[in-house]
Design a protein around this ligand. Structure first.
Ligand code: ADP
Length: 442
């Protein structure tokens, strides 16, 4: 489509009859040949001068027609449009579609998000201005090149090579190293793909402010709480019996606040970490400790068993894994009524090993399961508070597992009980031989 809204030549041609589509460079000689043939045939029947006149006359007509058609093509198109309402409608539709295409292209061009159109072979077909800014694509050199070669960022390249099934968040923008982007790859058409990248620097900054705020508040609260708790411990309820119940309640609450502050500080620390220490986490003594902790918390109200323990250790942070496993064990005790059963397991699976805690407790309705690892999310606030919960235990578990490339699986049936399983991949496992090698070389 031309700039002035005229219908482009190929489109006009396509609606003309066959004779018009014939290549103009061949048309004139062909017609002349035809004229000669006619002249020749005529010459055989009539006298030669007549044949000559026929040829010349036909040639004249052809040249004339050709000139008229070339000079007055728009006029002919208009004339045709007048004669043919279908042609007119087609032209209007073509103009509208072309104008919509132009609008779409210019809208995509000015989007603040980077848009890159890829063909089946992942070659760059088109990209907008934001793609130059955020992804560092260059015009025209990066056109038709494999996206993998033009994205100058190893994290993005790995993500693409691995299939880019999930969006990738919080990556440094290749075109602007001080900015962060999130990227998505969307399939469309016949195996084409659209790469979208959005500048999320402001969200990263807000998230950082939130983290700092929580960490600072928790830190600031720690000292006054320790002081209050210390004074409450000094008070003897027997000296002031009329306030005995008040003192007891104040002690419980100050201890709870202290626990919340400690959990918030733990979460802040885990959030700012992007990897954990790679130490040997000895599972046999850890499992024994967890069992003792469960028994201490249960005070004989539950049957606690250590099942199917294997001689495999984990490579990671002993302190953090103890804290995560301990949260699961403590939840099992707290959310299982007296007389219930709790099984702690450490077992080998097809793809690694799983630490699990199974209880015969209250269970959790399915609608809550997806949100359990959010901070302060509780199925029942009163039950959580009464049992001394902070609402942060499972958030801590999730963060610790993420740092160990492990995941939390929750299976629960209301009224029947729950199983919380920490699933580790083989790369985190230390079988006795590997642990031995680690000691020799570590
Ligand atoms: P809390 O300190 O409240 O226990 P968590 O983050 O550890 O916080 O757990 C979040 C919520 O998940 C709990 O409030 C509780 O409702 C539910 N929950 C966790 N573990 C269990 C369990 N073993 N059985 C039933 N509900 C559980």
């Amino acid at each position: 489509m031309s700039r002035h809204g005229k219908v482009p030549w190929p489109i006009r041609l396509s609606v003309m009859p066959m004779s018009y589509r014939f290549d103009s460079s061949l048309r004139l000689p062909a017609l002349l040949m035809a004229a000669l043939a006619v002249g020749g045939v005529a010459g055989a029947f009539v006298d030669a001068p007549l044949a000559g006149v026929t040829v010349v006359a036909l040639a004249e007509i052809v040249v004339l027609l050709s000139r008229i058609r070339h000079r007055n093509r728009p006029m002919m198109a208009t004339a045709r449009a007048e004669a043919d309402p279908q042609y007119d409608r087609l032209m209007t539709r073509t103009r509208r579609i072309a104008s919509q295409l132009r609008d779409l292209r210019s809208a995509a061009g000015t989007l603040p998000d980077a848009v890159v159109l890829l063909d089946q072979a992942r070659h760059v077909r088109w990209f907008n201005h934001a793609a130059e800014e955020l992804l560092g694509l260059r015009r025209p050199t990066d056109r038709s090149r494999d996206l993998l070669d033009v994205l100058r960022n190893s994290e993005l390249a790995d993500w693409l090579t691995e299939g880019a099934r999930e969006p990738l968040n919080d990556v440094t923008a290749p075109g602007r190293p001080n900015r962060h982007i999130s990227v998505t790859l969307l399939p469309f058409g016949s195996r084409q793909r659209l790469l979208l990248a959005r500048d999320t620097s402001h969200l990263t900054r807000l998230e950082q402010i939130r983290r700092d705020f929580v960490a600072n508040v928790s830190h600031e609260l720690r000292t006054p709480l320790t002081v209050i708790h210390g004074y409450l411990e000094l008070l003897d309820p027997e000296d002031i019996p009329e306030l005995a119940s008040v003192i007891d309640e104040m002690r419980i609450q100050s201890k709870r606040m202290g626990q919340i502050v400690e959990d918030l500080l733990t979460l802040s620390r885990l959030e700012t970490q992007d990897h954990v220490a790679e130490e040997q986490v000895q599972m046999t003594p850890l499992l024994a400790t967890l069992r003792k902790e469960a028994e201490a918390l249960s005070q004989g109200r539950h049957k606690i068993a250590l099942e199917g323990s294997i001689a495999t250790d984990i490579l990671g942070s002993p302190k953090d894994l103890h804290s995560a496993f301990s949260n699961l064990v403590s939840n099992a005790v707290r959310y299982t009524p007296t007389g219930g059963r709790i099984d702690i397991r450490w077992e080998r699976t097809a793809h690694g090993a799983t630490f699990s805690v199974k209880d015969s407790g209250f269970g959790i309705p399915a609608s809550h399961i997806a949100r359990l690892t959010e901070r302060f999310y509780r199925v029942s606030s009163s039950r959580s508070r009464d049992s001394g919960g902070t609402g942060l235990g499972l958030s801590i578990v999730k963060h610790v597992l993420n740092l160990h490339q492990a995941r939390l699986e929750i299976d629960s049936e209301p009224g029947q009980g729950s199983t919380f399983a920490c699933v580790f991949g083989t790369e985190r496992l230390l079988d006795p031989e590997r642990a031995h090698d680690l000691h020799l070389h570590g």
